[in-house]
Write a protein that binds this ligand. Sequence first.
Ligand code: GRG
Length: 418
Amino acid sequence: MAAVRSRLHKSLLRICGHFRHKHGHISVTGASYHFDAFLGVGQVLFHIPKNQYHVLHRHQQSCCAADVQRSSPGHTTALHPNRPSSNRPQHDKIVHNPYKLVEEELGTLSQDIKREIVTDSSELAEIAGYYFDGKGKAFRPMIVLLMARACNIHNDAGNCVLPAQKKIAMITEMIHTASLVHDDVIDAADTRRNKSSINLVWGQKKAILAGDYILSIASMALARLRNEQVVSILSQVIEDLVRGEFMQLGSKEEENERFAHYLKKTFKKTASLLANSCKAVAVLGRCTEDITEVAYQYGRNIGIAFQLIDDLLDFVSCDQVMGKPTAADLKLGLATAPVLFAAQSYPELNAMIMRRFTHEGDVETARDMVAKSDGVEQTRLLAEQHSLEAIRQLRHLAKSEIQSSLSHIAEILLKRTK
Ligand code: GRG
């Protein structure tokens, strides 16, 4: 474990060095990092005091939001009773099941969305409604609804979710789903959520149009909120999604820029949606700028941690559990965090990254090197730092069962299996 910590330490120094060189915002001292890495949006990435590294046990029981939803009638207990952590909050008390706290709104989410996407073309409605079958994790709307409640409590606006905030949860899930539909076309994916992808069933052209249609319905719902600031916040997400995906298409950047490029892409492709959706419900709850920023930062860190775990699962999970083929990223030519970390021990990977794993045997060799390296472990550690930062942000919110549920989510996302 000490060796893994030391490797992460070195990796961060390299990244810090790069950012210092690039942006002049880094200070690295002997005792601690002040890792002010910029994600192209003027945000501090995270701060990691050196003595706060925390190593997860490899074989902890896995759990995800959906597991919590299924397994608990209303409560879930301590996640890591034996964890030797220095700074991770200990949950020795009962933690409320996050899903249960917003069950009323979440329970009807798919049906509510399906009602929005009704059209006189029954085929378009069928295709657009195909993924709103209640089988997704609904991770994003769950967080958005919880954040709405946390903000409202904080702001004395009551203990419920405002109708406009509920609409944001729906819009968030619709934007997410539209991006999945388009992503599957770009990646020529055959499966999604353990069923045939839209592009496989109906073909590329109809899949693209169905994605556009879901996005247009989401945009109209957004416009109907008649809140210029919120429209602007969520429009930013759409721009980020497209730009993030575009960044992913071409990553032949210099070796020392690769990690920064990957983190920036990760923010745009995944974290921006959560960050800005959390921000939007804070704005609708009439929160102060400080609390709105807390909501944004919580969503941003959760989003980055979520994507890091997603990238890690592509190496360690199996197709059936994920509901889509694994090692898919390498096959698509993508170098995610586990590979980028592994390249520090196996510099041969750099040439493969450059040619996007196109030579025969590249995918298998790269997979082996990742398995032999501590790339997966380092990716998990980085995800944990973001999870911790998300929890740290919550300290600024009023204490409530919602606040502790948001904290609980930051923990369980590290151990999701799909
Ligand atoms: C049409 C808005 C729009 C964008 C086009 C294709 C594209 C640009 C962006 C792709 C964005 C994307 C699919 C990012 C991946 C994010 C991610 C980790 C998705 C998996 O999320 P889960 O596991 O999925 O929460 P479920 O199935 O549970 O909803």
